[in-house]
Design a protein around this ligand. Structure first.
Ligand code: GTP
Length: 601
């Protein structure tokens, strides 16, 4: 197939607008998968992706169309936390299908994806999906696409990814006609763009690349433009839909290589790969910036669980997720554990779910937190990723802190107009600041742009927004830097000892409310204790809430007949066993269930 007949494209859409379903249909029409695989969404491989119905990891597939076109699809994740992966995919393709749900219309992420694609100058094909739905509003959505995004009526394609309607007849021809074929110097020195990477337990690190110039084959020696590390290419092939060896990849092809790379962290997305010795002849592409984790979660092994074994498990789990950061951490209450960093709150939730699913009660997982930037008088900066390291008021004075800043995000929210009032209220209640309010020309939808502290977003802001708008609101966000913040560390104390792993940085205006809730909740889970327990919430040296639990001796033998000796022994043994499960803090012992229940709440 000549390079003129290659097409490299992506599908971008708001979450749930049908990207994965459309990918399946394209794969089916081009014969990569059979009809039996229908609606299975073969590109969504991870189990969590299937169970939550969302795409997390971008996947790729090559298709042969009409025996003469090579269509190369780069799938993108749909959730906002993974926008950097979408951005990378958009930079690696020549065109993209912008999919809009006919029953929902233009949403926050549609606008964000549209802007991203415009910045990178890829060709966009607008398509209205789900036109088979009885509640679809094709005309209204068409009007939105024309008025809000500036497309022409005749550019818009109306499809059903579910039934396949108009995909073969209109969408595929549009891909061939509007998206340009790849350019590149077929005879030049090899240059490859690293698009994605993943870890395979048998083959090691696999890289997804787009060949920009020249070609690559098995046995070639290559070098990374960014890290300067050298590799020998063991295998080369295309994704069809899984790894299928071809031995070579030529200019304009997207495929995988297995370079014998030890660590996924060496695979820098956006890196340029060269043939060894030719790196000076070809130009290095501007590298993409690596995504930084913004949400941190503490995790600790439950009693009796081997720290080393579970650490190996977690390391295996993050092999396929470059963006997760892992550090060891020690807590007085929960022992040795880890602090994990994630891209955003969904990323953290999905990972937490995987840990819970796979490790069950073996892990205690703490509340998510965001990083805080401490600026000192002598112009030094320090990023605090763990609330227990956050300075209290005394150390603030002695260490000459100038300001403390917290991360903000710029949020786009799309809502039906009737909810504008209450959503603005919600934004204000969460320390947000409204920037723009636009009514779409169709007049029933509004888009609000606002700044919000990331800490509020992480604290289930989206959940609150959804329930307030009966599920109608959609949200997209991007980093907006750090801003001064009046925040303090709130601690939970049991008999005078701080439970460090539960500490949280909160805004001064919320400290009273959260403190009261904390002591009340913790009291509930600590009910039957052998000694008196004082639970306190404290910040800046002040106790702001307190609960006391009176000592209560639990007599397990009370109901038993005195002569029932063997049963008595059994019960006493059981009580002894139960005690082992407790960890002591101060002079009292706290069952791990209490932490688990408290954290779940
Ligand atoms: P993410 O990967 O999480 O971004 O979602 P997605 O955009 O890939 O959406 P997905 O393909 O998972 O589709 C979301 C839901 O819409 C699924 O229940 C699909 O079955 C359904 N769906 C997709 N396309 C159509 C369509 O054309 N018609 C109808 N009726 N349903 C559709």
């Amino acid at each position: 197939i000549p390079i003129e007949n290659y097409r490299i494209f992506s599908i971008v859409a708001h979450i749930d607008h049908g990207k994965s379903t459309l990918s399946d249909r394209l794969l089916e029409i081009t014969g990569v998968i059979t009809k039996e695989a229908k609606n299975e969404q073969v590109l969504d491989k991870l189990e969590v992706e299937r169970s939550r119905g969302i795409t997390i990891k971008a996947q790729n597939c090559s298709m042969l169309y009409k025996d003469k076109f090579l269509l190369q699809l780069i799938d993108t994740p749909g959730h906002v936390d993974f926008r950097d992966e979408v951005r990378r995919a958009v930079f690696a393709v020549d065109g993209a299908i912008l999919l809009v749900d006919a029953s929902k219309g233009v949403q926050a992420q549609t606008v964000a994806n549209f802007k991203m694609a415009k910045e990178s100058t890829v060709t966009l094909i607008p398509a209205i999906n789900k036109i088979d739905l009885p509640n679809s509003e094709v005309d209204r959505v068409e009007k939105q696409i024309i008025q809000e995004l500036g497309f022409e009526k005749n550019e818009i394609i109306k499809i059903s990814s579910k039934t396949g309607l108009n995909i073969q007849e209109q969408l595929l021809p549009a891909i061939i006609e509007s998206i340009p074929s790849p350019s590149g110097n077929t005879n030049g020195p090899f240059r490859g763009l690293l698009i994605d990477s993943w870890y395979d337990s048998y083959q090691g690190v696999i890289l997804l690349i787009r060949v920009l110039d020249g070609f690559i084959k098995e046995g070639d020696k290559i070098v990374s433009g960014q890290t300067r590390k050298k590799y020998e290419v063991k295998k080369v092939g295309i994704m069809y839909p899984n790894e299928t060896p071809t031995g070579t990849l030529t200019t304009g092809q997207v495929g995988y290589i297995i370079p014998g790379m030890k660590n996924v962290k060496d695979a820098l997305l956006g890196d340029t790969l060269f043939h060894l010795g030719q790196e000076s002849k070809a130009k290095l592409l501007p590298g993409f910036k690596e995504t930084k984790p913004m949400v941190f979660v503490g995790a600790f092994p439950a009693d009796g669980i081997d720290h080393k074994i579970i650490e190996d498990d977690i390391n295996r789990l993050i092999l396929n997720d470059r963006s997760v950061e892992l550090h060891r951490e020690t807590s007085n209450a929960l022992g040795q554990g880890w602090r994990l960093g994630f891209l955003g709150s969904l990323h953290a939730t999905v990972f937490k779910e995987r840990l819970e699913k796979e490790y069950g009660s073996r892990l205690i997982i703490c509340q998510p937190s965001v990083p805080y930037l401490i600026k000192y008088i002598d112009d030094k900066d320090q990023l605090i990723k763990n609330p227990s390291e956050f300075p209290n008021s005394t150390s603030r004075r002695t260490t000459r802190i100038k300001t403390i800043q917290e991360p903000y995000v710029e949020v786009l929210t799309s809502i039906p107009t009737e909810y504008v009032g209450c959503v603005i209220q919600l934004i204000e209640n969460n320390r947000g600041e409204q920037k723009e309010l636009n009514y779409l020309n169709t007049e029933d939808q509004a888009i609000i742009k606002y700044y919000l502290p990331l800490a509020e977003l992480v604290d289930d802001f989206f959940g609150k927004l959804k329930s307030l708008t009966r599920g109608y609101a959609t949200l997209d966000y991007d980093d907006a830097g750090y801003k001064d913040a009046d925040v303090v560390k709130l601690e939970l104390l049991v008999n005078g000892k701080s439970l460090d792993a539960l500490s949280k940085v909160v805004h001064r205006s919320q400290v009273q409310k959260v403190g009261k809730e904390w002591v009340k909740n913790f009291r509930e889970y600590l009910r039957s204790q052998l000694y008196e327990v004082v639970i306190q919430a404290k910040y800046d040296g002040k106790v702001i809430a307190r609960e006391t639990i009176k000592a209560r001796k639990k007599d397990v033998l009370a109901k038993l007949h005195a002569s029932d000796v063997s049963r008595r022994k059994k019960l006493l043994a059981k009580q002894k066993e139960g005690k082992k499960q407790l960890k002591s803090i101060g002079n009292i012992q706290i069952p791990q269930d209490a932490y688990q229940a408290f954290l779940r709440k």
